[in-house]
Design a protein around this ligand. Structure first.
Ligand code: UFG
Length: 330
C-alpha cells in the first residue's frame, strides 16, 4: 500500500518524500506545481500533477493507488500574502481540505497527517505555547489552517477519519547534501532572504519592526530543521497506523531566536557582513512564537537531531551556495 503525499514537491513535502523513500515506504505524490518543484521530488516516488480541489483528478489518483493514508502539505503558506488575499487561502487551503476529505471518505481512506501551523495560535497567551492553548489566529493563513483542523475533527466523528495535526513553528534548513532545499517565488521567509543578502543577491535585509516586547525588540521565532519535521511526519503516520486516535502536536525546538539573533548567527556561519535596516512592522506578525514540544517527544518519540541554530543555517547555506537560483524552473 502507498502513502499519498499531497504537496510533495514543496519545501517540507519534498524532504518528507525523500525520507519516506529512503526508509522503504511506497510513496505517491500529488502536486499542482503552483509553488512546488518537479525536480524536488525523489525519482522513486510516483508523481501525479494536479490540484487537490479537482475531485475527479483526485479520484483517478485514488483509483490507481492503493492508498493507506495521506500526508497533506498542499497549501499556501505565506502569512503576509494571506493578509492581502484571504480568499485565495480559504479556497486553496480550506476548500482543498473539504474536497480531500470527501474523496478520502469515498475511497475509505482513514488516516491523514496534516501540516498545520503555529499560526493557528495567533498572539500567544503564554510562552511556551502548549497544544491545549487557545487557537485565535491573527492572519487568514492561520485561520485557514485552523478551519482545516476543525474540519478533520468533525470528519473523524462522522466518518472515522483519524488525523494527526502537526503544528510547525519556523521551518528552516535543507538536506545535508544540498540536493534539495527551500525555493519560494517570491521568497518572503527570513532565513532564505538573509542568505540571499549574504550571497550578494540582495543589497540588504529589512527587519520588520524593532519595537516589539522582546529582549532586542525584534520578533522571536522557534526554528526547527526540515529533516526533523520530515521525521515527525513519518512518526505521526506510524502513530496512526498503530491504531491511535486523532491528536495534535507542536513541532519546534522550544528555543526562541530573535530576527536579529538569526542575522548574527548567519554572519558567523557565512562570514559575510549581511547589512540590515529597520523597516515598519509587517501586518499579522505575532511578537513571539516558541513551542512546548514535549508532547511530540513523549507521545511520538520525536527526537530532533538539529538542536543548534548555526547547524541549521549551515545546511540552508550549503543549499543556497550549490543552487543560487533554487531549482531554476521559474
Ligand atoms: N522578517 C523580516 N524580514 C524579512 C522577512 C521576515 O524581518 O525580509 C521577519 C518577520 O517579520 C518575522 C520573522 O522574520 O518576524 C519570520 O518571518 P517568516 O516570514 O520567515 O516566517 P513567519 O514567522 O511569518 O511564518 C512562518 C511560516 C508560517 C508559520 C509560522 C509559524 O511561514 O507558515 O512560521 O511560526 F505559520
Amino acid at each position: 500500500m502507498s502513502i499519498l503525499v499531497l504537496g510533495g514537491a514543496g519545501y517540507i513535502g519534498s524532504h518528507t518524500v525523500d525520507q519516506l523513500v529512503n526508509q522503504g515506504f511506497d510513496v505517491a505524490v500529488v502536486d499542482s506545481l503552483i509553488t512546488g518543484h518537479r525536480a524536488a521530488v525523489n525519482t522513486q516516488a510516483r508523481f501525479y500533477e494536479g490540484d487537490i480541489r479537482d475531485k475527479d483528478f483526485m479520484r483517478t489518483v485514488f483509483d490507481q493507488e492503493d492508498v493507506e493514508g495521506v500526508i497533506h502539505f498542499a497549501a499556501f503558506s505565506i502569512v503576509p500574502e494571506s493578509m492581502k488575499a484571504p480568499l485565495k487561502y480559504f479556497d486553496n487551503n480550506t476548500y482543498g481540505m473539504t474536497a480531500l476529505l470527501e474523496v478520502m471518505t469515498e475511497f475509505d481512506v482513514k488516516k491523514i497527517v496534516f501540516s498545520s501551523t503555529a499560526a493557528t495560535y495567533g498572539e500567544p497567551r503564554s510562552i511556551p505555547i502548549k497544544e491545549t492553548d487557545p487557537q485565535i489566529p491573527t492572519n487568514p493563513y492561520g485561520e485557514s489552517k485552523l478551519m482545516m483542523e476543525t474540519m478533520m475533527r468533525w470528519a473523524d466523528k462522522a466518518y472515522g477519519i483519524k488525523f494527526v495535526a502537526l503544528r510547525y513553528f519556523n521551518v528552516a534548513g535543507a538536506k545535508a547534501d544540498g540536493s534539495i532545499g527551500e525555493d519560494h517565488h517570491p521568497e518572503t521567509h527570513l532565513l532564505p532572504i538573509v542568505l540571499q543578502v549574504a550571497a550578494g543577491d540582495r543589497a540588504e535585509l529589512s527587519i520588520f519592526g524593532d519595537d516589539y516586547e522582546t529582549p532586542d525588540g525584534t520578533n522571536v521565532r522557534d526554528y526547527v530543521h526540515v529533516l526533523d519535521l520530515a521525521d515527525a511526519h513519518i512518526l505521526a503516520f506510524k502513530y496512526l497506523a498503530a491504531g491511535n486516535g486523532s491528536n495534535a502536536f507542536n513541532l519546534g525546538s522550544s528555543t526562541g531566536f530573535s530576527n536579529m539573533e538569526i542575522v548574527k548567527a548567519a554572519r558567523k556561519v557565512t562570514g559575510k557582513a549581511i547589512p540590515t535596516q529597520i523597516a515598519p512592522r509587517r501586518a499579522g506578525d505575532p511578537s513571539t512564537l516558541i513551542a512546548a514540544s514535549d508532547k511530540a517527544r513523549g507521545t511520538l518519540g520525536w527526537q530532533p537531531k538539529y538542536d543548534n541554530i548555526e547547524a541549521i543555517i549551515e545546511t540552508a547555506w550549503n543549499w543556497h551556495l550549490s543552487h543560487p537560483a533554487g531549482y531554476a524552473d521559474r
